[in-house]
Design a protein. Structure first.
Length: 143
């Protein structure tokens, strides 16, 4: 797996408010520029065991990401496993601060051979880091 991408963003809102937005997985398309559509594949749309597909687009590359919520701690963290074309693990962690809350987004992804495997991961890391930092800024506009 590729080296982890870890980014953080601070929001001038409570952890409770941040979680209320983050837990609504279907709304992630409103702030994730790379997420085109989300389709749930389980009756539930929140919580541990929720599964969904996400049509993901980064530049000219478009793919369907298959995801499962692997951890869910109310107002603390949400973990996801990617099991589609790109595989890996992701984690959102929330932490309260004196002036609001901080969200940390960590991802470790593995690309298939036809996406240049480790070399593709190396070149994608700075692109994904910049894209996801923008995503976290856009999340702030919804809070």
């Amino acid at each position: 797996m590729s080296p982890a991408i870890d980014i953080q963003h601070h929001y001038p809102v409570t952890v409770e408010r941040l979680w209320r937005e983050l837990e609504q997985i279907d709304r992630h398309v409103l702030w994730m520029a790379d997420a085109e559509t989300i389709t749930f594949t389980t009756p539930q749309e929140r919580g541990l065991g929720t599964t969904f597909t996400c049509l993901t687009k980064v530049g000219p590359i478009s793919l369907t990401d298959v995801m499962t919520i692997t951890s869910w701690e109310e107002q603390r963290s949400m973990g996801v496993r990617h099991s589609g074309i790109v595989t890996g693990e992701g984690l959102f962690t929330l932490r309260g601060t004196e002036s609001g809350s901080t969200l940390t987004w960590s991802e470790t992804l593995a690309f298939p051979w036809w996406m240049a495997g480790k070399i593709g991961e190396f070149f994608a890391k700075p692109i994904l880091t910049a894209l996801w930092k923008g995503n976290l800024r856009r999340l702030g506009t919804l809070l």
